[in-house]
Write a protein that binds this ligand. Sequence first.
Ligand code: ADP
Ligand code: MG
Length: 385
Amino acid sequence: MIQYLSNQNLNNFSGKVCLLRIDLNIEPKLPLDSYRFQAIIPTVQLLLKHNIKLIILSHRGRPVNKEKKLSLNCFIPLFKKYFDTDVVFVSNFQKNLKSKIQNSNKIIFLFENLRFYQGEEKNDINFAKNLSLLGDFYINDAFAVSHRENSSVVAITKFLPSYAGLLLEKEIKNLNKIIKNYKHPFVIIIGGAKISDKIGVIQNFIKKADYFLLGGGPANTFFAAQGIPIGNSLVDNSILGSFIRGSTSKILKLISKEVNSRKIILPSDVKISDRKILDIGERTTQSYNAIIKKSKTIIWNGPMGMFEKKEFENGTFGIWQAIIKNKKANIVIGGGETVASLQKFRIQNPKLKINKNIFISTGGGAMLDYLSGKKLPGIEALKRS
Ligand code: ADP
Ligand code: MG
């Protein structure tokens, strides 16, 4: 059983040192990534309020050689600003680190990028042990990394009492709700880059959902599979090859059938530039929006087009408009760029209010895995701990 931080009597933890795994794999420049930074605040505040010292653990990027630009020290100003307290940067393991932390009058310690250590991504037991020696208990509040079998997410739970933080709890509960208690009409919107990342979600919901609305690379891949010329558009060749060869895979056969039956819906018009499809067209946006408007359950991952460019933002922004207008449906949205597109949409619409019926996940791959029905190693580890 997962032990949730929210169920603990935190007075018993007062004066202790918590190893808090969060996700700082974000740009330290606000505001574009502010959503994912803000998501970590409640757990940090709750712990500080109970006089618990924090050693913050995170990775950032894919360092090969401890590149300075991937150090976590760039987050110190952000922590200072949000928590109004000094932050001590811990650049590596040192002698007597735990007692130094215990005896310090500082309360937040930020550990260097975990991926500067080879053990992290190998789920190395010794690395996990060395980390564990710094604290008294462990919290996983990094949903976005919980699909990875890494030391600071999995192996560390063998050494310390381990809990799910407030953010992880919120993610698990909201995603469980949409998996178990969906209502019809149920629509799943899939865009972005690669369809191979998302096929598990289509598979898991193909019988449950009423519509799949496609855009971006996934739509292009289906066009190509049907022999529709798509010029130099982004496609997912790994999947396209299987379609063209007449794949024997059950799911690909089923998907082809559902495209024909119009459960899986492709854009009826697109925006093209330089022989590339770069956005869904206006007619498509309108027909997708009509479906979104009447739906009671909605999942969305992946922008409809290359929204980073002004000429190709309308499809994605049109979907945001319809989603935000639907104040009744249970809505789950996730993915790094999908959430970034919301931030961009909000800059243009500063008065926009996101209602409570919309849950924005901090997970990209982790959310897709969870919604695909896969077990996430970081969550399973908490159950065993
Ligand atoms: P997320 O991070 O939300 O899961 P993905 O990583 O799958 O989404 O894909 C996001 C990227 O896909 C965006 O950067 C966007 O520019 C790009 N994209 C979407 N549609 C297209 C398209 N038609 N052609 C090229 N790139 C696209
Ligand atoms: Mg992405």
